[in-house]
Write a new protein. Structure first.
Ligand code: B12
Length: 448
């Protein structure tokens, strides 16, 4: 059969991201089938039209990574655009349409209904290969766990126990786009998130238990990406150091394999071995993005973060002392947030030197999270509330605008204090810098 996989994600904030999920989906498809990838970051609708005409796919897989941009102050909603794309595809193709991806997995029933596709795959896209074979041989697709259709709803299946084969073709046209625009390709070292943060859908998307990719296999893929021309690697794990030993083993494997390009990822400011970041730096780590979220003791406890304020200072200093570039992400406005907890956070932040601070104000409520249950209990939402269009938690004691006011007043034009991800303005700056040959996430130029 002929299979076309489409990444419709054209969001350039904070920068265009490589559609990594589709490499795994492509890797799940048997060798007897033909597979092509279309990435709307480079393929215009006119080109897509040509692909539909020339390749004539039997099945189209549509990736739904982002539902929205989760920024209460600058909201974007992507499902309506994807719906238009589905209608456009239906006018030009008789292919069976299948949707999947992290955004899809968060709210499969809602996304499935909104898009009007034929099938959806909840959870890991490795089941796509089974679906292709079922369609090919006329078997019931709904018998595959996690496959949803108009005829049959489905639940989130257990973790995929089969092979995870990433199919990466360095000569694919979309790879070249990311190499020319920032030089960043991405890499996954494990799946799953063992933390219990109240607002976060990651354990639902990836599973609660870590499934580790052997470090030498991660390093082999890193080398493959480096040899393909990558100038930077982003580790897409929910939190790279949530398994400290594994992250160290991956770093050592990078070094042993000869990975020489810089890399970065998300870290938790946990209490770490004192040489942790120097080992990481020695293996090429350049950017540390800490998911710090708050620096109010009460809020960290409410959010169920696995660290305290002192741990943040220690992790920050260890990373800085190892010569690393450090950013902190904050998530403000959760249950119990008040002017006092915001001021406490801001006071503590003042002690974080040489860093960039990203403030996300307003927490999107996701189903399957403790925050969802809290919002229900507090009567802020009902079981009928449609969560597809983002609903942000509203703290009892302080409004979103008041939090933003406290931050911008305190920031007093400091360029390293950024509300949200920086929006279109910073995306435009990043694009110009990519045009001049810069690579990586580039927030270090704002560090103060
Ligand atoms: C790493 C990451 C980032 C990094 C990406 C860096 C990089 N260079 O790639 C950064 C920090 C830049 C980032 C930014 C953003 N992110 Co982000 N990110 C993630 C994270 C943690 C992992 C994504 C990833 O690559 N996973 C690894 C790959 C292999 O997994 P995958 O893509 O999910 O694919 C698997 C399945 O989903 C499935 N699948 C994928 N595609 C398809 C297609 C088909 C047809 C099928 C059947 C299956 C399938 O199969 C794959 C293999 O099993 C996820 C959360 C999570 N744990 O998933 C959030 C997540 C995707 N991000 C999210 C958001 C909102 C954003 C931002 C909009 C935030 C912002 N305002 O800046 C931006 C958007 C950036 C952009 N241009 O699109 C949301 C999306 C949900 C939503 N509300 O829409 C998520 C889910 C986090 C959350 N809040 O829950 N992100």
């Amino acid at each position: 059969m002929k299979i076309l996989l489409i990444s419709p994600n054209t969001l350039t904030v904070p920068y265009p991201v490589y559609p990594l999920g589709l490499d795994y989906v492509a890797g799940s498809i048997g060798a007897e089938h033909q597979v092509r990838i279309a990435d709307l970051n480079i393929h215009s609708l006119a080109v897509l039209d040509e692909i539909l005409h020339d390749f004539f796919p039997d099945i189209i897989g549509l990736s739904c990574r982002n539902i929205d941009n989760t920024e209460a102050g600058d909201p974007l909603f992507f499902i309506s655009e994807y719906r238009k794309l589905v209608v456009w595809l239906r006018e030009r193709s008789t292919a069976t349409l299948v949707c999947g991806g992290s955004g899809f997995t968060i709210m499969p029933d809602r996304v499935f209904a909104a898009l009007g596709v034929d099938y959806g795959i909840i959870g890991e896209g490795e089941r796509f290969g089974l679906l292709v074979d079922a369609i090919h041989s006329g078997r019931e697709a709904e018998e595959i766990s996690g496959v949803i259709s108009a005829a049959a709803p489905a639940e989130l299946p257990g973790p995929w126990a089969g092979t995870q084969a990433r199919k990466f073709h360095s000569d694919a046209s979309h790879v070249d786009f990311y190499l020319r625009n920032g030089g960043m390709l991405s890499l996954q070292t494990k799946r799953g998130c063992s933390f219990r943060c109240i607002y976060c859908p990651y354990p639902h998307i990836e599973g609660k238990r870590h499934r580790l990719v052997p470090p030498d296999a991660v390093a082999r893929t890193a080398m493959e990406l480096q040899e393909a021309g990558a100038r930077y690697l982003f580790i897409t794990d929910s939190t790279f150091n949530s398994d400290v030993a594994h992250s160290l083993d991956v770093a050592r494997a990078f070094k042993a394999a000869g990975v020489s390009i810089p890399w970065g990822g998300f870290f938790a400011p946990l209490r770490l071995p004192s040489d942790y970041f120097s080992i990481m730096a020695d293996a090429g780590l350049k950017h540390v993005e800490f998911g710090t979220e708050s620096m109010s003791a009460a809020m960290l406890a409410t959010y169920r973060k696995p660290f305290g304020i002192d741990d943040v200072y220690v992790a920050h200093s260890q990373a800085r002392d190892a010569g690393l570039l450090v950013a902190h992400y904050f998530l403000l406005g959760g249950p119990g947030e008040s002017a006092a907890t915001i001021r406490e956070t801001l006071d503590h932040i003042e002690r974080l030197k040489r860093t960039v601070l990203f403030f996300f104000i307003g927490i999107r409520i996701y189903p399957h999270t403790a925050l969802y249950d809290i919002a229900l209990e507090e009567g802020r939402i009902t079981p009928e509330t449609d969560m597809l269009r983002p609903v942000f938690y509203q703290a009892e004691a302080i409004e979103r605008d008041a939090i933003e006011e406290l931050i911008t007043t305190r920031a007093d034009k400091r360029v390293n204090w950024i509300v949200g991800s920086g929006g279109a303005t910073s995306a435009a700056t990043v694009r110009k810098m990519y045009d001049r040959g810069y690579s990586g996430p580039l927030w270090e130029y704002l560090a103060r």
